[in-house]
Design a protein around this ligand. Structure first.
Ligand code: ATP
Length: 237
């Protein structure tokens, strides 16, 4: 089966610093794929390059058979590649409802938007309870849920997440990962960038380990969780 998204030879530099040094990866439709690695390994840069938010020094990105390597960020979103931002990036002085509506602002299918809003409420009942409250008054976990909900309102075909577990208590991380699994079960393809290696590999069909800008290991989530090198390097022996 052809991958939904295929990255070949991706390179990204910040001035003289080569942050991503020619990586290849494939995301398959209906799967959760994770990219894990340490601080500064190049995870965020890879995601930013897929979203068109940093320029690629080399390499191609093919999405559903179409070369999207040189498209502007908004064009990439319109193809269905939607990123949930790191640090959550919700609009704190707007209400929960306004944040969610913003996710759907390019859509004209009012019925579809209403149906997706209901779906977001099913996934995140807390957001429905807080609908007219300021997003800035939500807890960290709720803000992360809102950021995911907002991305879902764009009706993505591929959801990109940059460290959704960052700064959250373990029990909230479990909840976020449970919901990602649920969203995936409903059919959405997910690319998850994480430093929380164990949790990410547990929910992922496939995983890649990135080290100093290159892919060091790849395999199924289960294989990687059992890989001695990975366990020693990332999971504390
Ligand atoms: P983190 O978990 O800390 O976000 P990461 O794996 O996502 O780490 P990147 O943020 O992609 O890593 O960073 C990869 C490399 O590029 C690092 O050496 C980092 O210092 C460097 N880098 C990232 N952003 C910039 C920037 N705007 N300007 C210069 N160098 C940068």
């Amino acid at each position: 089966m052809n991958p939904l998204l295929k990255v070949s030879g991706l390179q990204v530099s910040y001035g003289h610093i080569a942050a991503v040094k020619g990586i290849d990866l494939e995301l398959h439709e209906g799967q959760i794929t994770t990219l894990v690695g340490a601080n500064g390994a190049g995870k965020s840069t890879t995601l930013l390059a897929l979203s068109g938010l940093v320029p690629k020094a080399a390499g191609t990105v093919v999405f559903d058979g179409e070369d999207v390597s040189r498209l502007a960020p908004h064009k990439i979103v319109s193809k269905g590649i939607v990123q949930v931002a790191e640090g959550r990036a919700i609009l704190t002085t707007m209400t929960v409802r306004e944040n969610l509506e913003l996710g759907a602002y390019t859509r004209r299918d009012k019925g579809g938007v209403a149906a997706d809003l209901d779906r977001v409420f099913e996934l995140f009942p807390r957001l429905k309870e807080r609908l007219d409250g300021m997003a800035g008054n939500l807890s960290g976990g709720e803000q992360q849920m809102l950021a995911i909900g907002r991305a879902l309102m764009a009706r993505p075909r591929l959801l990109l997440l940059d460290e959704p577990s960052m700064g959250l208590a373990p029990i909230i991380v479990q909840e976020i990962f449970r919901i990602l699994r649920e969203i995936n079960r409903q059919g959405l393809t997910i690319f998850l960038v994480e430093q929380n290696v164990r949790q990410a590999l547990k929910i992922a069909h496939r995983g890649y380990v990135i080290e100093t800008g290159g892919i060091a290991l790849a395999g199924s989530g289960r294989e990687l969780l059992g890989d001695r090198r990975l366990v020693e390097a990332y999971l504390g022996g």
